[in-house]
Design a protein. Structure first.
Length: 341
């Protein structure tokens, strides 16, 4: 009886101590130990965060603890990626949306890293039947990895409404965990929907898969919700993607001019003008029409004058320098040196 009473007191004491510690204090202890490369000590504090988050159903802190678990595994495990994948798949079911969507992206990224790091051996694996997929990923073939990766990217869009209703800024600490000195433009990615679709689009482009519909869905959403910078940004990148896919120069230039004329009061217009100047400059390489250089230079000068401190103006300065350097080289080559006896 006395023993049971003491155990109850001890449990109550541990419970009170856990709840008395703030997340900020616990995270400071985790980071301090990770910086000192003491993963076991960091894990002790991370376990407390995880327990506290589960008890309080604090999904953000729980997701953050899962992502930090990868850091600890990386410092202490001989096969960190494989172990991280196992941990992630065992725990993803505890998460709710939109945290679950973010974690799906993390798992897809882990599988991509494992595939890239072991590509030689994986390419030598015998093809396997999907219905007989081995449990151990070391026996998977490349097609299996790609199928699983695609599934996790698709799962990241399982609850679009939740993603659209949550801002990226409210998850800034989580989104920046694996990025040193990360800076996010929340005007370009105002919601988690924007953030996650950009990740999925990048993945699909790398696999030569169509992205036009995804871009258009994003543009429609951003316009509907008056996320003007995000809409312009996505229109620009959609046009660039389509131009790289179909090389329809006239349609590309006309579309850029249309976006430019509609957004002359927005600094992002200079990025549109930079793409316009770049396309014209590249066209000159095959057309051999020196007047085209002048057109590209005028566009660059106009962009720099409109918003001199914008990213597009910086790009235009670079394009301008390339054009002037090219013209100088052409001039030098046309000079006829006198005979030297």
């Amino acid at each position: 009886m006395k023993t049971n009473f003491l155990l109850m007191i001890l449990s109550l004491s541990l419970f009170c101590n856990l709840n008395a510690q703030s997340y900020n204090d616990l995270w400071k202890d985790v980071n301090k130990n990770l910086e000192n490369r003491l993963p076991e000590s960091a894990e002790t504090f991370l376990d407390k965060i995880e327990q506290k988050a589960i008890k309080e159903n604090n999904q953000k802190e729980l997701l953050k603890s899962y992502l930090y678990r990868f850091k600890i595994i990386n410092q202490k495990d001989e096969n960190p990626i494989k172990t991280s994948i196992q941990f992630a798949e065992e725990n993803i079911g505890i998460l709710q949306e939109p945290e679950k969507s973010i974690f799906n992206l993390a798992i897809a990224s882990l599988y991509e890293s494992y595939l890239n790091n072991n590509l030689y051996n994986i390419n030598n694996q015998q093809p396997i039947d999907n219905s007989q997929q081995p449990i151990d990923i070391k026996f998977w073939d490349k097609a299996t990895f790609e199928r699983v990766i695609n599934n996790y990217y698709e799962n990241a869009l399982a609850d679009i409404t939740s993603l659209q209703n949550n801002t990226s800024k409210s998850y800034q600490d989580i989104l920046a965990i694996d990025k040193t000195n990360a800076k996010f433009d929340y005007n370009i990615e105002p919601t988690l929907y924007d953030y996650i679709l950009h990740k999925i689009i990048s993945h699909r482009i790398s696999k030569s898969l169509s992205c036009t519909d995804l871009y258009q869905d994003l543009i429609n959403f951003d316009k509907k919700n008056n996320y003007n910078d995000a809409a312009i940004y996505n229109e620009i990148h959609k046009l660039k993607y389509e131009y790289e896919t179909n090389s329809d120069y006239e349609s590309y230039i006309n579309s850029l001019i249309k976006i430019k004329n509609e957004n002359l009061d927005n600094p992002l217009v200079t990025s549109v003008m930079a793409l316009q100047a770049e396309a014209i400059y590249d066209k000159q390489q095959t057309a051999q029409d020196e007047n085209i250089y002048e057109t590209a230079l005028k566009i660059c000068d106009e962009a720099i004058k409109l918003f001199p401190n914008s990213i597009g103006a910086e790009q235009c300065n670079s394009i301008r320098s390339n054009i002037l350097r090219k013209e100088l080289n052409l001039t030098m080559q046309s000079v006829v040196l006198p005979n030297q006896d």
